[in-house]
Design a protein around this ligand. Structure first.
Ligand code: A2P
Length: 339
C-alpha cells in the first residue's frame, strides 16, 4: 500500500489555512491524519476534511509530535517561533510566511520553476512558500527566461484583500454594505478605506521608499529563478477585489521574441493558461481565476518602445496558487521523492 502521512496545518482557520485543508483533500494528498492548529480563539471549532469534522487544536510546542509534514500559514511571528520547533520534532515544514524566504539555507520554491531546490530542505527542515504575487509572476517568466533570458522586469500589481487575511475580506464586505446603506464605513485592517479605493501600500514602507511587498517581488523572483542578474522593479497596490491578484508585467529580454513565440511557449508551460482573445473580449480577470489553480496570462503584446520588450497581464487566485496550492504542490514533491 502507498505510504500515507500525518499532516499538520498551522493557521487552519485562516484564509490560506482553510484552502490548504481543501487542497489536501481535492488533490488527494495521502493524508493518514490531519491536525488543524490555530490560536486559543478557535478552541471548540472544527475543520471539515474528507467528510469529517476534525477538531481544531491550540498550537503549542508539542503540536508536531508524530507529524511528517507541517504546512504553516499563521503569520511570520508564529512561523519564526514554531517552524524550527516543528522541524526539530521531525516534521518537514512548508512555510507560507515571509519569515524564512530569503534565508540562504532555506529553499524558496515554486514547483513549476525550481522543483529541484526542494531537496535543500535537509539543511533546516524548512521550505519557504513564496509571496503570492511573486508565485504567479515566476510561473509565467520561467519559460520566457529559459528561451530568451530576461534582463529586466517592471511589474505593477492589483492585489485582492484576501491576501491580507480573513479580516480584510470581512472589512471590504462590511464597508461596501455600510456605504450602500448610507452608513459610515469602518477601517481597521487598512489605514484607509479600501471599498471603492486603491491603496498603493502593501506591507510596511522601507527606507528606500519601496514597500516590503515590492522588495519581496524583487528579491524572491531572483532567488526562485536562480539568477541575480535579472533586474526587477515593482509597484504593488491593494484593490477592492476579494480573490485574485492581477499584474501588469513589462519584460525586456536579451533575445528578440515575437508575440507568437511567447504565446506558444506559455501555452505549453506547466500551470499556465493563455487567455488572450481580445477580439472576443477574452482576457484574464480575477473573477475567472478565483477558485482554481491555473495562472492566467493574456494581453500579450510587444513593447514597441524598446527593441526586445513584451507586455503581459497575469492573474491568479492568490489564496490558491499564490499560497495554499503551491504549498500542497511542494508537499506532493516531498511525498513522492523525499519522504
Ligand atoms: P485563529 O483563527 O484562532 O485566530 P488569516 O491569515 O486569515 O488572518 O488567518 C490567520 C491564521 O493564523 C488563523 O488560523 C489564526 O487562528 C492563526 N493564528 C494567528 N495567530 C496565531 C497564534 N499566535 N497561534 C496560533 N495560530 C495563530
Amino acid at each position: 500500500m502507498a505510504r500515507t502521512f500525518n499532516v499538520a496545518v498551522a493557521g487552519a482557520t485562516g484564509a490560506v489555512g482553510t484552502q490548504m485543508v481543501a487542497c489536501l483533500e481535492e488533490r488527494r494528498f495521502p493524508v493518514k491524519m490531519l491536525r488543524p492548529l490555530a490560536s486559543e480563539r478557535s478552541l471548540g471549532r472544527t475543520v471539515k476534511f474528507q467528510g469529517q469534522e476534525v477538531p481544531v487544536e491550540v498550537l503549542n510546542e508539542d503540536s508536531f509530535r508524530g507529524i511528517d509534514v507541517a504546512l504553516f500559514s499563521a503569520g511570520a511571528s508564529v512561523s519564526l517561533k514554531y517552524g524550527p520547533i516543528a522541524a526539530q520534532s521531525g516534521a518537514i515544514v512548508v512555510d507560507n510566511s515571509s519569515a524564512f524566504r530569503m534565508d540562504p539555507d532555506i529553499p524558496l520554491v515554486v514547483p513549476e520553476v525550481n522543483p529541484d531546490d526542494i531537496g535543500l530542505y535537509t539543511k533546516r527542515g524548512i521550505i519557504a512558500n513564496p509571496n503570492c504575487s511573486t508565485i504567479q509572476m515566476v510561473v509565467v517568466l520561467k519559460p520566457i527566461h529559459d528561451a530568451a533570458r530576461i534582463k529586466r522586469v517592471v511589474v505593477s500589481t492589483y492585489q485582492a484583500v484576501s491576501g491580507t487575511g480573513q479580516k480584510a475580506v470581512e472589512e471590504l464586505a462590511a464597508q461596501v454594505r455600510a456605504l450602500l446603506s448610507g452608513q459610515d464605513p469602518v477601517s481597521k485592517v487598512y489605514p484607509h478605506r479600501i471599498a471603492f479605493n486603491v491603496l498603493p501600500h502593501i506591507d510596511v514602507f522601507l527606507d528606500n521608499g519601496y514597500t516590503k511587498e515590492e522588495m519581496k517581488m524583487v528579491n524572491e523572483t531572483r532567488k526562485i529563478m536562480g539568477d541575480d542578474s535579472i533586474r526587477v522593479t515593482a509597484t504593488t497596490a491593494r484593490v477592492p477585489v476579494f480573490y485574485g491578484h492581477s499584474e501588469a508585467v513589462n519584460l525586456e529580454t536579451e533575445k528578440k521574441l515575437s508575440v507568437d513565440q511567447v504565446r506558444e511557449m506559455l501555452a505549453n508551460a506547466p500551470g499556465v493558461k493563455v487567455v488572450d482573445e481580445p477580439g472576443s473580449r477574452q482576457y484574464p480577470m480575477p473573477l475567472d481565476a478565483a477558485g482554481q489553480d491555473l495562472t492566467l496570462v493574456g494581453r500579450i503584446r510587444e513593447d514597441e518602445s524598446i527593441a526586445h520588450g513584451i507586455n503581459l497581464w497575469i492573474v491568479a487566485d492568490n489564496i490558491r496558487k499564490g499560497a495554499a496550492t503551491n504549498a500542497v504542490q511542494i508537499a506532493e514533491v516531498l511525498a513522492e521523492k523525499y519522504l
